[in-house]
Design a protein around this ligand. Sequence first.
Ligand code: GCB
Length: 612
Amino acid sequence: MRNIATVLFILTLYASCSFAQNIVPVNIYNRSAQSLIGEWHYVVDPYENGYYNYRYEPFDQMENPGKNAFFMNAKPDDKTDLVEYNFDRSPTMEIPGDWNSQVEKLYYYEGSVWFKKSFDYLRKTDSSRVLLYFGAVNYKAEVYLNGTKLGTHIGGFTPFSFEVTNLLNEKDNFLILKVDNTRKKEGIPTLNTDWWNYGGITRDVKLVEMPQTFIRDYMIQLSPENAQTIEGFMSLDGTSSANQEVTISIPELDLRKTLNTDSEGSASLDLKSDNINYWSPENPYLYEVVLTTPSDTLEDRIGFRTIETEGGRILLNDQPVFLRGISIHEERPFDDGRVRNKKQAKQLLQWAKELGCNYVRLAHYPHNEHMVRLADEMGILVWEEIPVYWTIDWNNTATLKNAKNQLNEVIQRDRNRASVIIWSMANETPVSKARNNFLNELATLTRSLDKTRLISAALEQSSLEGNPNIRTIDDPFADVVDVLSFNQYIGWYEGLPSKAREITWEISQNKPVIISEFGAGAKQGFHADSLTRWSEEYQAYLYSETLNMIDKIDGLSGLSPWILADFRSPRRQLPDIQDEWNRKGLISDDGIKKKAFFVLKSYYENKLKLWN
Ligand code: GCB
């Protein structure tokens, strides 16, 4: 009997843990919150000694885990007591922040690290609910508050949260996380990537106080069919969600509508206006939108625009647009390590602006929320992507579930951002039946969640049979996407830059084309002739040749060369040149612009003239 009870207990835990089906409210940055950022104690635990006992049984699935379970934050009762860890005497690091760039001995570390933060908390009103929110933790987070497990989250770049109302004390709360960034074959991303696997609590942590019934989700966007209609929905969470009177207003447009939620706590909405000032890079106009329920009020700043395709063109607010872009990794400018705050995110976007961009590709995973909010304000169109990169475990149903979960989390977070125009399903994934099915499922999910954006994926190009100089896109997923994007490295991985002159493109799909990547490595400050690898001159030469080549592609609607700034990658080992940096940046790791930056900038100046 006892065994059955234990099995059931474990099964219930497992079911609730694999993907935390938690409440992740949208628009967290406009909620009142207590931030938990700052110094956190950490314990490095390569053998997961604080998680498993010596029979390799997880402590957090035992009825009596005992003092060796790190999540108990135990202290010896007296001098005879044996406890083999101590958070308070362990070192600290800055949160948010990855461990690799903060602690020298953790530079290459991939494994488990425990974190602890102690805090006091005073609820503003007794009736409120408190959610513990994480912007992102890479890769797997086990979360415990005051000795109780809250759940597990998998996926290193999307937000999650847990309700902690009944677990909080006014004094001496202890929040403990085990963070594990071990790469896994079945993970998203998988074992092999070309970026640093920065581990840790890499984004904001907050306690967010909400009324009993609060606005959990909404989507308020311009109708793709009618540019005079703002439409969407709003959903509540809490005991009084059903049949509630809720209001949406956009004071500046003099719009206000009262609706009733259905039995599920949701209401769909539509508002009409002939006076909408449409959002665009030239006019990044954001409206104050106010949502009100009997117990909650929430404000957002939302831009309204349409984005669609027509043959080989992308239309923004009915006008053809050319995407003058650049790819960006989420690395700190002038440094390495993950971006930790809004100021660093802004620097990256400012560099893109200096380059003449109206568009960025946020590669290869969802970046922090500051990026898309700033892009809204600064007038930069955005491609967002999930880390379905290279050779994913396509036949694994748990892997697909994981990818869908990450996609769902980023779409939910960002679908009110006018700047975001493209959801990318994947990067350079090899065509196979299993991969096609996998990506099709992601595309179907995306379309069901958001009809106001385009779908793409960074595909690969190939030669037309019998002629190596004629290039084409031979991929069944090209039929699924709205925008045909592909990476190509002619002149770097394939021949020399002048090879671009021999290539012609025969792209049969009648869709807009984006070159999602091209580039060459250059060590800033290394000057030589334009055929010397790693020189700034080689990189600049490759840019001129490539830009001439791609301009001949029918339907070319944009590009996002690889990449804004040098970034850390363990695959890049060439001494004195790479030293574990991918050097394809147009800007060096210490913020200095290379020659190619100016080649692209002048190309974009011309494009701006041609397209305006
Ligand atoms: C690619 C990948 C990108 C790499 C880049 C490179 O095609 O999409 O993640 O970093 O090439 O530098 O080789």
